[in-house]
Design a protein around this ligand. Structure first.
Ligand SMILES: *Cc1c(COP(=O)(O)O)cnc(C)c1O
Length: 386
């Protein structure tokens, strides 16, 4: 039996002589051994202990353990970025010739991995449209190994039914992987609905303060074992310093996300009644097309609001130029409200037709709602919509 990543911590973080309340920062690249026998037993994994920070480190293990507890996962591994988590997870589990079935609307760099890099290793991906989940089973072939999705989606805030995805994965014996970055484990735990692995970009709401990059994959211990072995040899590990920051961030996740969601709902309701707005999408608005599914699988509606401004690209850009309090940035899940116009920025390289396939219309504006006083955000949006 191999050791679990998360078992290593408590044996390692014994209280130091200073009895500090916060976890100390273990900035060390390697760890020393008592003697030759200790070294042998450690390398053969008979002993649970830290060897080298590319494998494990007390700070990264603490972070992983917390994410596992929140997600209801058996084990996990922490990465330098969310994309390192995505890439390493797939690379560890797939062989040449394997096939992925993925939601069409996934994070941009994940999509690039699927379309540009994985085909180099003879790994192909088929996509299902968010609004056509009944097509998923038709895409599955004997070579399909992984079913992959994000919910809520970026930037259109569509919702996928996790219970349905869990049932399909089980029926066809696929590994279901969910990128849970938008919801956070506080709002949604995909493992409850049948996910085998959950991926996070900790850069977003887990840090939530725009300071560090990080990522994690948590879930079934047997799969994590493969991901751990791949990662310990290829080197995408999270730095101890970032792990230390992120561990502390998790302690405020619930209060931050509560406030993000409270502000986001108010903003969604405000925009829904605004005459310069065609429509608003927010999972916990009754008008959201997948409102019932959102209610079933999410505790609150999340921090992202999407709306369509009247007047397409021209007015979308004019709106961004008029924004004062909110920031124009590519990030999301920050204490500060961020506004983006995908059609003229992140998704401008796609044709209009391809954008519409993932529900990105020319007037779509995405707001990552922050922790400011909600009246200040509402005033800023209102003056910019004039
Ligand atoms: C940002 C993001 C990622 C990538 O995370 P990085 O930490 O930027 O590498 C992956 N998935 C989703 C849904 C994201 O929003």
């Amino acid at each position: 039996m191999y050791k679990k990543q998360t078992d290593i911590i408590r044996t390692q973080i014994e209280r130091s002589q200073f009895l500090e309340h916060s976890t100390p920062l273990y900035l060390t690249s390697s760890f020393v051994f008592e003697d030759a026998e200790d070294m042998r037993a450690s390398f053969s994994e008979e002993k649970e202990r830290n060897i080298y920070s590319r494998f494990t480190n007390p700070n990264t293990s603490e972070f992983v353990e917390k994410v596992c507890k929140m997600e209801g996962a058996e084990d996990g591994f922490a990465f330098a970025t969310g994309m390192a988590a995505v890439f390493s997870t797939f690379a560890a589990l797939l062989n040449s010739g394997d096939h992925i079935v993925s939601a069409q609307s996934v994070f941009g760099s994940t999509h690039t991995l699927f379309t540009k890099y994985f085909p180099k290793w003879n790994i192909e991906t088929s996509y299902f449209k968010i609004n056509e989940v009944d097509t998923i089973e038709r895409l599955i072939t004997p070579k399909t190994k992984i079913l992959y999705a994000e919910t809520p989606t970026n930037p259109a805030v569509d919702i996928l039914d996790l219970e349905l995805l869990g049932a399909i994965a089980k029926k066809h014996n696929l590994i279901l992987i969910i990128d849970n970055c938008f919801a956070t484990p506080y709002l949604q735990q995909p493992i409850k609905f049948g996910a085998d692995l959950v991926i996070h970009s900790a850069t977003k709401l887990i840090d939530g303060q725009g300071r560090v990059l990080g990522g994690a994959t948590v879930g079934r211990a047997d799969l994590i074992r493969e991901i751990y072995l791949f990662s310990r040899n290829t080197g995408p590990a999270l730095s101890p310093f970032n792990a230390w920051v992120l561990s502390k961030s998790l302690e405020t996740l619930a209060v931050r996300v509560d406030r993000h969601c409270e502000n986001a709902l108010r903003i969604a309701q405000f925009l829904e009644n605004h005459d310069k707005v065609n429509w608003v999408k927010y999972p916990f608005l009754k008008s959201h097309p997948q409102y019932e599914i959102a209610k079933k699988q999410m505790k609150l509606g999340g921090s992202i609001v999407a709306f369509e401004i009247k007047g397409g690209i021209t007015n979308g850009r004019r709106f961004l130029d008029a924004i004062k309090l909110c920031s124009l940035s590519a990030n999301l899940g920050d204490t500060r409200t961020i506004v983006t116009h995908p059609a003229s920025t992140t998704h401008s390289k796609l044709s209009e037709e391809d954008r519409l396939e993932v529900n990105i219309t020319d007037g779509l504006v995405r707001i990552s709602v922050g922790l400011e006083d909600v009246e200040d955000i509402l005033n800023d949006l209102d003056q910019a919509l004039l």
